[in-house]
Design a protein around this ligand. Structure first.
Ligand SMILES: N[C@@H](CCC(=O)N[C@@H](CS)C(=O)NCC(=O)O)C(=O)O
Length: 205
């Protein structure tokens, strides 16, 4: 099984951190794809990822799985411990609820800001739009505030325990540095939670 990933890119990091949290990083062969060199647009890579996105997990039978969360669902199935996606219907639903909220209302909003505003993204986001950047920035900042309020009464993002939802938020917060924004420094509860996540070590190379 091989994971095509790009260091520093947030979606691949979600999968790499998930594997590390499972203690299974060594079970998967890694291949680096340089987005900045356009390697994800080459024909051979498109055979695996038709929309030219990273990450992709290629199974030993050749099946290619894209979408970070779908890859994590597969990994959760084959490496069930420690459980990171819920162990009963209620937990599964709550963890998915928070993971999707974070992905849709924070992670993707931040990406919209970054892609439309950062000069390094100009070749990938054509044309960049200052209006789209401003709208996405506002949405990401507003969700950070909501997440801070949630974490003022919760130790973890979902289901009172460590889960994939914590990993998604952690990757998202860390990635915000590319726009010189650290929501975990701006919001005390987010900051407390972020430090606790750092101490768990799943983000350590
Ligand atoms: N929904 C996809 C998003 C994947 C994605 O957007 N990956 C970025 C890297 S973080 C990418 O491949 N960008 C290349 C491009 O936009 O050309 C997932 O969850 O895996």
């Amino acid at each position: 099984m091989k994971l095509y990933q790009s260091p520093m890119a947030p979606n691949p990091d979600r999968v790499v951190f998930f594997l590390r949290a499972k203690g299974k990083l060594d079970a998967v062969e890694m291949e680096e794809v340089s987005i900045m060199k356009g390697e994800h647009k080459l024909d051979a890579y498109r055979q695996l990822s038709p929309y030219s996105q990273v990450p992709v997990l290629v199974l030993d039978d050749g099946t290619a799985i894209t979408e970070s969360r779908a890859i994590c669902t597969y990994l959760e199935g084959i490496f069930p411990e420690p459980n990171l996606m819920g162990s009963d219907p209620k937990e599964k639903a709550l963890i998915e609820m928070w993971d999707r909220r974070i992905e849709l209302m924070f992670f993707i909003q931040f990406a919209g800001w970054f892609r439309n505003a950062h000069p390094a993204m100009a070749p990938l986001e054509v044309p960049q739009s200052p209006e789209a950047a401003a709208k996405s920035e506002k949405a990401a900042r507003s969700m950070a505030k909501r997440l801070d309020a949630h974490l003022s009464t919760h130790e973890f993002v979902a289901a009172d325990r460590f889960s994939i939802a914590d990993i998604t938020l952690y990757v998202g917060c860390g990635f915000c540095r590319v726009m010189k924004w650290e929501p975990q420094k701006e919001h005390a509860h987010l900051g407390r939670w972020y430090d606790a996540m750092t101490a768990r070590g799943f983000a350590k190379a």
